[in-house]
Design a binder for this molecule. Structure first.
Ligand code: ADP
Ligand code: MG
Length: 686
């Protein structure tokens, strides 16, 4: 009898090479292997007849190998072909030619007379029906047929040295020899349907599609529940930390609001009230402020800061880039120095380049603004009460924790302009309270987005000129996606010369990450003041930069950017009362690019863009594991299983609400679950 926790290495019937292959997949224990869930299933009760036409849907076929051959092409390259005949072939039957390129070892695996199951897309090549690089299995003897055939058959992600058949046989035997000791069900009774043991059996070898889906539901719920327990416990943990109330009477805030040239939107008012309530209690605040680009999050952050410093403590304001930190510093000086608030800025770049002192501003500041430098330097706060983190998606949870793990715990407000689909918020930001600014300031001009082919550049230039002549300013985004990508300075310079010529006599400047920071700052300043009309830039201007008179953004090679990033970039315009234009230039004619870019033509709503982005990229990318600090999912799908996530979440929340420290004996098992999850999280990050 095998125990679920048993090491696979202890099972003497698994040959050593196979064991090593299992280890390569990260599978060490019986449980690891049993939760190595099938990637998909094939219904092998009955195989369809061989096709006569090609199809985009992969099919699973079974036939006998009647011929094999190796052909050469392109000199040294080889192609291996196996021709299959249908079992009950008749005069109308067509053979199927399976082809593999450059896979020499297949010659040793496939031979005439064997029965083969293949899975792939049938294609018409000349007159023959072919399948290129199908997944395949050789049927060796009829005895094993009950495992691999005449059933709904599981297909796994396999690895070298471990064929589908071998992996399936090992799992089959493991399930048969598994001890009858109950496999602990992690689910609370209101979620559980069936038990874990039979769910695991069924997920590998289902009797029918209905029981498969019930088993899957059980396992997805367990996985989601474990994740939500971790999230809920992080939340509970932060709520039992010793905090302090950091909320002044609000006179300073009133003064500030009166000094503004605009009225707050209702949404801004509402979220300020939410923050004010959090600040006033001595439970540490952990709040996420979500609001589309340009919705006015900075003012809300300032409101929080003013309430905190009126209560006699310091605030830290952390931004992900130098440019943004400098901009916040400038904005805060303009708005807050008249109110006698003392400000200082600390950024790493100033330090490294040694151009300016490490610290600028007041020696005994109320507010310290900075980049990551705030995390690593020994910034000595005497009485840190509030931490505001802008564009939080650029930081990881670990970094957030680093700034906030002090006693007494400061209040924390994180802000993001990268909306994520609503169903994801409860997971990715599940340990935070969420405030949403769902309304734009009224004075905003519309943003019109248009996709244009590079060949239309002439017309586009004409349009740019009219805008410049009308007194507006322009961003041209240079197609360099990542600042860490090696910047070809020569190419950038050539590009820059080209643009100067094209838009002569208007004044252009070039901005990119390699320009030393005082220079960068001056370039931004000249653009802000209107001295320069055109800023040719890489994506360093992506987040937060705010110049109201800039109304046109031209993005070159738009297809190279993700939707969310394009939306962020576009958020730099439409900030004043003028109508704004975002032009997405692309020479890529593919349907995929066209559909992707069309999303931006259709909507300016960040949430809609996020949903679409999710469709294009899949959930994996969105939920960067290290960033969210959550374990990777083995079976659940954040998008299609959102409903199950909701149920798991409310179950986890109610357990922790009833017993926040998990003190009761019966809750020890939940505590264990959380510890296990933490373990998975950290092993994922490292
Ligand atoms: P984001 O949410 O993208 O960080 P910002 O805070 O930079 O946006 O605000 C964008 C611009 O809108 C700033 O110039 C800011 O002063 C202005 N703004 C903020 N709130 C309002 C409002 N209620 N009415 C008009 N303008 C506003
Ligand atoms: Mg901002």
């Amino acid at each position: 009898m095998i125990e679920i926790s048993q090491l696979l290495a202890e099972l003497d019937w698994i040959p050593r090479p196979r064991l090593l292959a299992l280890h390569r997949l990260g599978l060490e224990t019986a449980e690891d292997l049993l939760t190595h869930y099938p990637r998909r299933y094939e219904d092998r009760h009955e195989f369809p007849a061989f096709p006569h036409e090609e199809s985009d849907v992969p099919v699973c076929l079974c036939g006998e190998v009647t011929k094999t051959s190796v052909r050469r092409f392109g000199g040294w390259k080889k192609i291996f072909e196996a021709t299959l005949q249908e079992p009950n072939a008749n005069a109308l039957s067509e053979p199927l030619v399976c082809r593999w390129f450059n896979l020499h070892y297949l010659q040793k695996m496939i031979a005439t007379g064997q029965r083969l199951v293949v899975f792939g897309k049938p294609r018409l090549r000349g007159k023959r029906i072919c399948m290129d690089h199908p997944e395949f299995e050789v049927i060796e003897n009829d005895e094993e047929i009950s495992i691999h055939f005449r059933r709904i058959t599981p297909i796994y992600s396999a690895t070298e040295g471990l064929s589908q058949r071998v992996l399936r046989s090992i799992i089959y035997r493991l399930l048969n020899e598994l001890s009858d000791a109950p496999v602990e069900t992690l689910l609370p009774s209101e979620l559980a349907r069936g038990n874990r043991r039979s769910a695991i059996r069924t997920i590998h070898f289902p009797e029918d599609w209905e029981s498969l889906s019930a088993a899957r539901e059980h396992l997805v719920l367990s996985e989601f529940f474990a994740m939500q327990m971790l999230i809920a416990s992080r939340r509970a943990e932060s709520q039992v930390r010793v905090g302090a109330a950091h909320c002044g009477r609000g006179e300073l805030l009133e003064k500030f609001l009166r000094s503004l040239s605009f009225e707050l939107t209702d949404a801004q008012r509402r979220v300020i009230a939410e923050i004010q309530r959090d600040l006033a209690t001595n439970v540490p605040m952990n709040r996420l402020l979500q609001g589309d680009v340009g919705s006015g999050k900075t003012v809300v952050a300032i409101a929080a800061i003013l309430l905190a410093i009126e209560a006699g403590c310091q605030a830290a304001f952390m931004a992900p880039t130098q440019i943004l930190a400098e901009q916040h510093y400038a904005v805060l000086r303009r708005w807050l120095e008249p109110l006698e608030v003392r400000l200082s800025i600390r950024t790493g770049a100033r330090h490294e380049e040694n151009f300016l002192p490490l610290v600028a501003g007041d020696e005994n500041p109320d507010v310290v603004i900075g980049t990551h430098a705030l995390l690593y330097e020994t910034v000595s706060f005497s009485n840190l009460g509030l931490v505001v983190i802008d564009e939080q998606h650029k930081f990881g949870v670990a970094q957030r924790a680093r700034l906030t793990a002090r006693e007494p715990a400061p209040d924390v407000l994180v802000m993001t302009a990268t909306p994520i689909p609503r169903t994801l918020t409860m997971t990715v930001y599940g340990d935070l309270d969420v405030s949403v600014i769902d309304e734009m300031p009224r004075n905003r001009g519309k943003i019109i987005t248009a996709v244009r082919n590079e060949s239309k550049l002439g017309e586009v230039l004409g349009f740019l000129r009219t805008q410049l002549e009308g007194g507006r300013q322009i961003y041209v985004i240079y197609p360099l996606i990542d600042e860490s990508e090696k910047l070809d300075v020569k190419a950038a310079a050539t590009e820059y010369d080209l643009w100067r010529e094209r838009l002569h006599p208007f004044c252009c400047e070039l901005l990119h990450g390699r320009i030393p920071s005082p220079g960068k700052q001056e370039i931004m300043e000249r653009f802000r003041s209107g001295e320069t009309q055109v800023l040719i830039s890489t994506t360093v201007i992506e987040v937060g930069v705010d110049v109201a008179n800039a109304t046109v953004m031209l993005i070159e090679n738009a297809e190279r950017f993700g939707l969310a990033q394009l939306h962020q970039l576009r958020g730099r315009i439409g900030r004043g009362e003028h109508k704004s234009f975002c032009i997405l230039l692309s020479s890529d004619q593919s349907k995929e690019t066209a559909t992707k870019l069309a999303v931006l033509e259709k909507t300016v709503d960040g949430f809609e863009v996020a949903e679409a982005d999710w469709d294009f990229r899949g959930p994996g990318d969105l939920l960067g594991t290290a960033q969210s600090g959550l374990p990777a999912l083995k079976i659940g799908n954040l998008k299609s299983d959102a409903q199950l996530m909701r149920r798991a979440r409310s179950a986890a929340m109610s357990i922790l609400a009833a017993d926040p420290c998990l003190e009761l004996i019966e809750n020890q098992r939940f505590r264990r679950l959380i510890v296990e999850q933490e373990g998975r999280t950290f092993s994922n990050i490292s």
